[in-house]
Design a protein around this ligand. Structure first.
Ligand code: MN
Length: 251
């Protein structure tokens, strides 16, 4: 089994090392990750400059680009053999609900999915403990399951693991994405030279977090597994937009 790992926290992140430790017994693992923290990079590709790939002492490849760049260049040129699965993470922090739109962790997995490879994004709903080992075991169980029983259709799975010792995790639940309240406002500040700067504010609190959502599962000690798709079409609004355009516009 060939496994490609990436993340958005950077090639030095403890969550990535935990993921590599957990998955190494299952096959040949290659790590291609950003050279710095690119959390929030979403699905961006670097198009205005070339990308460099360097290799760290531990064998990890690191790239001066985004998580999407890493998986894109690994799959379309760097690797001699295509991976059987792409795993991104373990992110230091949840990626639930609207987070998935901004997340570089989810984006790295999405890039694998868009290139035709089954992909997992794994995030730790981090609290004080930072039980990356728990998320590593969850990821290893999923990859081992995939090795035994492959999917006949494309799959992109968003996995959020509660920050608990493994024996305290209740089990796994298939969920839908919840929704957050809108984000906190930007925080206005000044730099040491007296210039005004702004920090992007915190994500909003969970709003739609009822039974069946990723928020609800993780908050109750379950691993949340949400299958994702990339088609953003709002099918239910197509007829309404057509009527809004008016009959004269239909030709
Ligand atoms: Mn991150």
């Amino acid at each position: 089994m060939r496994i490609l790992l990436s993340n958005d926290d950077g090639y030095f992140a403890p969550g990535l090392a935990a993921l590599e430790r957990a998955l190494s017994p299952l096959g040949t693992v290659t790590v291609v990750a950003p050279e710095r923290d690119r959390s929030g990079a979403s699905n961006s590709l670097t198009l205005d400059r070339p990308l460099s790939v360097r290799r760290a002492a531990n064998g990890y490849f690191y790239v001066n680009g985004t998580p999407t760049d890493c998986v894109h260049l690994a799959v379309t040129g760097l690797l001699e053999v295509l991976p059987d699965i792409v795993v991104s993470g373990i992110n230091d922090g949840a990626n639930m609900g609207d987070d998935t739109i901004y997340s570089g962790t989810v984006a790295a997995a999405t890039e694998g999915f868009l290139l035709g490879i089954p992909s997992l994004a794994v995030s730790l709903v981090a609290g004080e403990g930072a039980h990356f080992d728990t998320a590593g075991r969850v990821a290893a169980d999923l990859v081992a399951r995939f090795a035994r029983e492959r999917f006949s259709e494309p799959v992109l799975l968003n996995v959020n693991v509660p920050d608990l010792p493994h024996e305290q995790v209740c089990g796994q639940r298939v969920t839908r994405l919840g929704k957050r309240h809108k984000a906190e406002p930007v925080v206005k500040s000044s730099n040491p030279r007296g210039q005004t700067v702004y920090w992007v504010g915190a994500a909003g609190q969970a709003q739609d977090a009822g039974e069946g959502t990723d928020f609800h599962a993780a908050a109750n000690g379950w691993v949340s597994l949400t299958p994702l798709q990339m088609d953003l079409t709002r099918f239910s609004q197509m007829d309404r937009i057509q009527r809004w355009l008016g009959a004269a516009q239909t030709k």
